[in-house]
Write a protein that binds this ligand. Structure first.
Ligand SMILES: [Zn+2]
Length: 207
């Protein structure tokens, strides 16, 4: 069985970032590695706090968790869940998660998650977004690039794709299943038809 590697999807995210053209192709793997590693480091720190599940961690942080049966696609993104604040809240999209669960069972991919649930992987990803919103983060999570330069004056902007790569790195380390986030993303794209989305599959990303 081939691996669900993380670098391909990570480079795909950078490619779709509005600032992508400001990032040289040769610089992208290093940016992705740094973000992935930052996510893993923060996961180890979070485990050290004694949180047992991502859900328990979110609740102890005062983050409300609600479920929605709404269509989970918005623009180019297919949402498993969404973190919004304030007030801090995670919305789980039950249509996507239910379809994913059925697909994992039908395809036999479930075994590759080593007993970790889809809900836990998704909530771990959202826990990272909550931590990123409420704690100082390493520069690798929010790398900046010059978007304008006039003489000594420079204007910089954050490459948002890096936080998504870090969130996936966090979820992988938190769940101790390296390929879990990439596997879920790949499976989500495979079940687009099941989700009844009319949008093109091309270039769809989870967030
Ligand atoms: Zn995300």
């Amino acid at each position: 069985m081939s691996e669900y590697g993380w670098m391909g999807p990570a480079l795909g995210r950078i490619e779709q970032d509005p600032l992508a053209r400001r990032i040289a192709l040769g610089a992208r793997p290093a940016l992705a590695c740094a973000a992935r590693q930052a996510g893993a480091t923060i996961a180890a720190w979070a485990r050290g706090r004694g949180w047992v599940t991502a859900e328990a961690a979110l609740r102890s942080e005062g983050v409300a968790i609600r479920e929605s049966a709404e269509e989970a696609a918005a623009g180019p993104f297919v949402h498993h869940a969404l973190y919004t604040a304030p007030p801090p809240r995670v919305t789980l999209f039950t249509r996507t998660l239910g379809a994913l669960d059925r697909h994992l069972d039908a395809s036999g991919l479930r075994v590759r998650l080593h007993g970790v649930t889809v809900r836990e992987i998704v909530l771990a990803h959202e826990l990272f977004h909550h931590l990123a919103a409420t704690m100082p983060m390493p520069a690798a999570v929010r790398p900046e690039v010059d978007i304008m330069q006039i003489g000594r004056w420079r204007r910089r902007a954050v490459v948002r794709a890096a936080e998504e790569i870090a969130a996936a790195g966090f979820a992988a380390a938190w769940c101790d299943v390296d390929e879990a986030p990439a596997l879920l993303d790949a499976a989500t794209l495979e079940i687009q038809a099941v989700l009844g989305s009319t949008a093109s599959r091309t270039g769809r990303r989870t967030e």
